[in-house]
Write a protein that binds this ligand. Structure first.
Ligand code: ARG
Length: 464
């Protein structure tokens, strides 16, 4: 056999080249090298501490592993398909460096099954922390805009039809709240992720007196897994990561959709910075919102990654199956996409131009204070359902006469209901309407101001 594999002992034929390619994951799992080597360093050191291998052998192994880390970082070490995966590639190189007599001892009491489970958890843990940090940045940008736009009155919609006026701050902060749930989802899944499988070996546990807890601590894990069969087949952490990512992407996509709508000629209440748009190859007048469109578009493949992961897992018998090698690319791709999406979303939010005048105008259109007139009738003693009918009629009359509420002659209003002229005379307008929503979570100015204060306290506690 030309290229001897570490596991070639029981084989008499060499691997079919197409199989070799099909089987290999090194092309993508090479990005696990840092975590893999860290894991191996901890494992080797522990083997020495436990006298499972000689301490000076453990030292040589660790030295060799550190050298490999540098070789990969500087691009000196070329990884090839024949190496199968990053774990085999590192081990092969270690044996080249320190010799088979010593290097061949690294894998004592370990299987690639517990190795890859540990390595991948470490990778997803770092990715999770980075994403939490990026979400926080976006939340900060939203908070800043909200603070600036507490007195900007904006139209809000249901069914994309004008519904009620709100303060623009309230709109920004709606996204803040969504993203707050996202960070808590990532933090929560991180807790379950942070358990070390190393020591579970192939599936049954190891025949050597491994100090699993010591290794786990070295690698920043809170604890060790409690069942070796589960430990090597558990990819819940990857699925949870992908769900949290999908949810975050979905929130970004909804934000993107709103930015696209609000910056159209038709709405024109916001404007995207030029730096986030592109022109058309034929239509000279165009400024296209490519960035929010791509955020919206990429959410599709991020959701797809979650489905790919769940589908890959759903029929798997215990314990490790090669199918599980398919767990990485969805995580890598979704991680790559969401990081850029979050960064761009934060910059877009920070730099979006708002047209407060146009916005306030829009907020007054579409009879958005209808609920307020209705509620004032209720406050004057009318049952809500009657009041609803009265204001419905009022709206109908205004639409037929192409008027706003404020333009309807007193007599006409009186005809609909004698209480209306008085109520409408004291019309509060869109800004006043917002201040009537004086409940916790409402869009009244003082409620938003107090939520902003709370947020300042929350933000002061953020660790990343
Ligand atoms: N490259 C493999 C993966 O990502 C590593 C584990 C392989 N284990 C095995 N028994 N073939 O899943």
């Amino acid at each position: 056999m030309k290229d001897k594999k570490a596991w070639s002992g029981r084989f008499s034929e060499s691997t079919n080249p197409l199989v070799e390619q099909f089987n290999a994951s090194v092309g993508f799992d090479k990005r696990l090298y840092r975590h893999d080597i860290q894991g191996s360093i901890a494992h080797a050191t522990m083997l020495g501490r436990q006298k499972i291998i000689a301490v000076n052998h453990a030292r040589k192994i660790v030295k060799g592993l550190k050298r490999i880390m540098k070789e990969i970082e500087t691009g000196q070490l070329q990884l090839s398909v024949a190496d199968e995966d990053i774990h085999m590639a590192v081990e092969k190189r270690l044996i080249e460096i320190v010799g088979a007599e010593i290097g061949g001892k690294l894998h004592t009491g370990r299987s690639r099954n517990d190795q890859v489970a540990t390595t991948f958890r470490m990778y997803v843990r770092d990715l999770t922390d980075e994403i939490i940090h990026l979400i926080r940045q976006l939340q900060r940008a939203l908070y800043k805009q909200a603070k600036q736009h507490i007195d900007t009155i904006a139209p809000a919609y249901t069914h994309m039809q004008p519904a009620q006026p709100i303060r623009l701050a309230h709109w920004f902060l709606a996204y803040y709240e969504m993203l707050d749930r996202d960070t808590s989802r990532f933090e929560d899944s991180r807790k379950r992720l942070n358990t070390a499988p190393l020591g579970s070996a192939a599936l049954a546990g190891a025949n050597f007196p491994l100090d699993r807890k010591w290794v786990a601590k070295q690698l920043g894990f809170d604890t060790v897994t409690k069942n070796s069969v589960d430990a090597v087949s558990d990819r819940d952490f990857a699925a949870e990561f992908l769900f949290a990512t999908s949810m975050t992407a979905t929130h970004l996509s909804r934000l993107a959709e709103e930015l696209i709508i609000f910056t159209t000629m038709e709405f024109g209440v916001m404007e995207l910075p030029d730096a986030f748009c592109t022109g058309s190859s034929i239509m000279p007048q165009k400024k296209n919102p490519d960035v929010p469109e791509l955020i919206r578009g990429k959410t599709g493949r991020i959701n797809g990654a979650l489905v790919a992961m769940l589908t890959m897992l759903k029929g798997l018998p215990l314990a490790y199956n090669k199918d599980m090698q398919e767990d990485k690319e969805p995580v890598f791709d979704s991680g790559d996409q969401i990081r850029v999406m979050l960064r761009l979303a934060a910059e877009m939010v920070a730099n979006i131009k708002i047209h407060p005048g146009k916005m306030a105008n829009r907020a007054e259109e579409g009879f958005t204070t209808a609920v307020d007139i209705t509620d004032k009738l209720v406050m004057a003693g009318a049952p809500f359902r009657d009041a609803h009918r009265i204001v419905g009629r009022l709206t109908r009359v205004c639409i037929d006469n192409n008027m706003r509420f404020s333009e309807l002659p007193r007599a006409e209003a009186f005809n609909i209901d004698p209480r209306l002229p008085e109520i409408m005379k004291n019309s509060v307008g869109a800004a006043g309407s917002t201040n009537m929503k004086d409940v916790i979570g409402g869009t009244a100015r003082r409620r938003i101001a107090s939520r902003l204060k709370q947020m300042e306290k929350e933000m002061a506690k953020w660790r990343i």
